[in-house]
Structure formats: structure tokens, C-alpha cells
Design a protein around this ligand. Structure first.
Ligand SMILES: [Zn+2]
Length: 432
């Protein structure tokens, strides 16, 4: 196929131009202005569109195995394709927990059959996410995990976290950490402050996150190994990460679209669809997130796509589970909230969705060049659209963004040289 006349942007190399891209089998075989059409070649017009490396999300929950009423490998991968994501990394808090090489092997076998995009998984840091005993990192790596994470739970035991960093570091993999000390949670996981008080609830201070971020950065410094901090929500955490990076500590960090697009005031209008872990914070923290994204303290944008049923989200502010789905709104939020206001350049934003996440989990992906995998996302940066959750490919509908008008829409998603999504439809049957 020949992708014709798009604005090609490759943040890995900084190259940009009005070029065509030729794809043969699963690879990019030519790139340049006005390539001649070969006989029988399928033309994919990309006028007025940006042609980028396929997006990579290193933080999603596909709930498979065990919680497939919320999402599964197939539906999650279709939601990802619709959002322009060609590769995602699934978290380990499935049922059973992704803590054995047999489960990881089964994940990859099923992903190859059932998913329309590239799926990877982490292994859990501790057995059954219980925080007591490390998993078998060597065996999990052999089975194909791209990192280790107890996401959903912090690893409370510092000695265990130190050992995890040492063992993962020897294998060249990151420990991916969810920071938030549970002993500081009041009634439930919402931000401690005026909104929580107006709801009559005791919340969770940013300090709960900051303590763990500081500890994990210090343990990364002590061990000389790579820690990746998930879904940063606090100004102090960002300052800690910035200072650590300046000292050469191997720390990377991510921000989610909901944390840079919303404050805790969304709880008042969106109810439990605005309940996240870590919680949505105040304007001051949102401003710090934007600064951290702009200056590179926050390396990547990840969705923390977290499907839950309407029944679960109806359980009330104290008991409802945390999290929202995010794959199908990510690009629109990045473009509307960060690029159009000038907080990030298009190239900076795309780096955080492509080459930067690929580097953190050691994948040779996220760039457009001859010889590389043909994972390509074509999007219209000026297209305006309204978020209509009933049209999502995800099995779940838990989003606070229903009705939002966003600018920036995915048109075509190509995975391994095959069009898997185009203009509202999933094209590829993974069984083919
Ligand atoms: Zn988390």
C-alpha cells in the first residue's frame, strides 16, 4: 500500500515532511515525496492528515483473564485501534494475577489470535499482588513480559521494592510503580481538599503519592536501576522526579489525559466517573503536570484505560472502583488540551505517544523509517468531534468526557502493514 501525501512526523528522528510511505508486507519499504504508484498498489490518501508512528500505551487494563465482562483482549484491542494505538502494555491485576510464566504464555498465545493490535504484558512484582513475595522475574522475562508492576497496589515494603529493582535491572527491564501510600487514604480515594469536604468525605492527600515517588526515586538511585512512575498527579512528585533526573537517576514518568484535563471538581458533576487512583487534583497540580510534560520531566502519556461496569460505578463514591476508559479519547484530549493551547508542540506530543513509551519498555517500535514495522497512525489534527461513549469499541462506558467536543481524530490505524481501523470501523478480523 501507499500512504499518499500526509504530513509525516517521526519524533524519534525529528524528521517531518509532506511525504508518501510505501508499505510492503509488514514493513515500511520507502518514504519520500511523490513516490510513483506501483501497479496494483492500494492508495491510502492522507491529505490534511498527520501520519505518525502507531501510538503506544504502556498502561492499560484489558481485564483478561477473569474480568472479561468489563473488557477482553479483543474488545480492548479494538478500542485501542480506534484510538490510534498499535501497541499496548497490559497491567497484571487480572484474575488470576499475571504472576506466572504459564499465564504470560497463554496471554501471548491468545493475543496473537484475538487482538487486532500488538499486545504486551507486564508480570506482577509480587505474587498475587499481595506485596509479600517477589515473582520469578527470570521465568517471567523468558515468557515475554516487558516490565514488572503491581499497578493498582503500591509495593509498600521498601526492601522488596529494592530487590525488585535489582532483579529487574539485571534483566534490563523496568519496575513500573503505582505510588500512593494506602495508610493515608481517608474514607476513599478522592483528593483531600475542598471538593472532598463539600462531599462530606475524607480524601487522600497528594502526600500519599509524594512519599512513594520519593522512596522509589531514592531506591532507583541506590540500586542504579530504572524505575518508571505511573500516572503522576502531584506537583511535588513532579518536582521530585525533576530533581532526580537532574542528578542522573534512572527514572521515567507518565501522565494520563484525565490528570491533565480535569480537576477534582469533576467529581461534583461526573460522580464516580471522575473517581481515579491517584485522584484528580486541583488546578495547581494540573498546571504542574502541563509544565512537567513540556519540560520533559514527564516522558510519556499513558491512558491507564480502566474499564468498569455501570453497576460497579453506581456503588457510590466510597465503594465504586477507581478509573476510567481512555483509549478512544486520548488523542482528542492530547490535541485539544495540550497541543492546540501551545503547551506541547505536535512533535513533543507525538514523542510521548510513540518513541518515548517504546524506549521505556524496550520495544523496537515507535518510529517511521525504511525497514521498521509498518505500525502507522493517520489522524486529522483539525477534525472536530463529540465524545459519544455508546459508539466506543470498549465493552465499558465509564468516562467523564461524554459530550465533550474534541479536536483531533484518528482516521486510519495500520498494524503490521494491515489496516485494522478506518473511519469508525474495525477492518481486520484477527483470525484471518
Ligand atoms: Zn495505577
Amino acid at each position: 500500500m501507499l500512504i499518499k501525501n500526509g504530513l509525516v512526523m517521526d519524533p524519534a528522528t525529528g524528521r517531518k515532511g509532506q511525504w508518501d510511505i510505501r508499505v510492503q508486507d509488514d514493513k515500511i519499504t520507502a518514504m519520500g515525496p511523490n513516490l510513483a504508484v506501483l501497479p496494483g498498489e492500494e492508495i491510502i490518501p492522507a491529505d490534511d492528515c498527520i501520519v505518525a508512528p502507531g501510538f503506544i500505551d504502556i498502561h492499560v487494563h484489558f481485564r483478561d483473564p477473569g474480568l472479561t465482562h468489563k473488557e477482553d483482549l479483543s474488545s480492548g484491542s479494538q478500542a485501542a485501534a480506534a484510538g490510534g494505538f498499535t501497541t499496548v502494555v497490559c497491567m497484571a491485576n487480572t484474575k488470576p494475577v499475571m504472576d506466572s510464566p504459564e499465564l504470560v504464555q497463554e496471554f501471548y498465545d491468545r493475543a496473537a489470535r484475538e487482538a487486532v493490535i500488538n499486545l504486551y504484558t507486564v508480570g506482577s512484582v509480587t505474587r498475587n499482588l499481595a506485596g509479600n513475595e517477589l515473582t520469578d522475574f527470570v521465568a517471567l522475562k523468558e515468557a515475554g513480559v516487558v516490565g514488572f508492576s503491581d499497578d493498582g497496589n503500591p509495593v509498600e515494603n521498601s526492601a522488596l521494592m529494592r530487590q525488585a529493582l535489582e532483579q529487574a535491572g539485571k534483566l534490563g527491564l523496568p519496575v513500573i510503580t503505582h505510588c500512593g501510600q494506602l495508610s493515608l487514604v481517608g474514607d476513599t480515594i478522592i483528593n483531600e481538599g475542598s471538593v472532598a469536604r463539600s462531599l462530606g468525605l475524607l480524601g487522600m492527600p497528594t502526600t500519599a503519592e509524594d512519599i512513594h515517588v520519593a522512596r522509589d526515586v531514592l531506591l532507583a538511585q541506590l540500586t542504579g536501576q530504572h524505575v518508571h512512575i505511573q500516572h503522576v498527579s502531584s506537583a511535588t512528585s513532579i518536582a521530585i522526579i525533576r530533581a532526580a533526573k537532574a542528578q542522573g537517576v534512572k527514572v521515567t514518568a507518565e501522565a494520563t489525559p484525565h490528570h491533565f484535563s480535569l480537576t477534582d471538581e469533576a467529581l461534583l458533576t461526573q460522580g464516580t466517573n471522575a473517581k481515579m487512583n491517584p485522584p484528580l487534583r486541583t488546578r495547581t497540580h494540573v498546571a504542574a503536570l502541563c509544565q512537567g510534560l513540556a519540560d520533559g520531566t514527564l516522558d510519556v502519556i499513558a491512558t491507564d484505560h480502566a474499564p468498569h461496569t455501570a453497576e460497579e460505578k453506581a456503588e457510590g463514591m466510597i465503594n465504586a472502583p477507581c478509573g476510567i476508559i481512555g483509549l478512544e479519547t486520548a488523542l482528542g484530549l492530547v490535541w485539544t488540551e495540550l497541543v492546540r493551547p501551545g503547551i506541547l508542540t505536535p512533535m513533543q506530543a507525538l514523542a510521548k505517544l510513540t518513541c518515548a513509551p517504546a524506549a521505556i519498555v524496550g520495544l523496537r517500535k515507535g518510529t517511521l523509517a525504511v525497514g521498521e514495522d509498518a505500525d502507522i497512525t493517520i489522524f486529522d489534527p483539525a477534525a472536530e468531534w463529540e465524545v459519544q461513549p455508546e459508539q466506543f469499541f470498549s465493552k465499558s462506558r465509564n468516562t467523564p468526557f461524554a459530550g465533550w467536543k474534541l479536536t483531533g481524530k484518528v482516521v486510519t490505524t495500520i498494524v503490521g502493514g494491515r489496516v485494522v481501523y478506518h473511519n469508525g470501523s474495525i477492518m481486520a478480523n484477527p483470525a484471518e
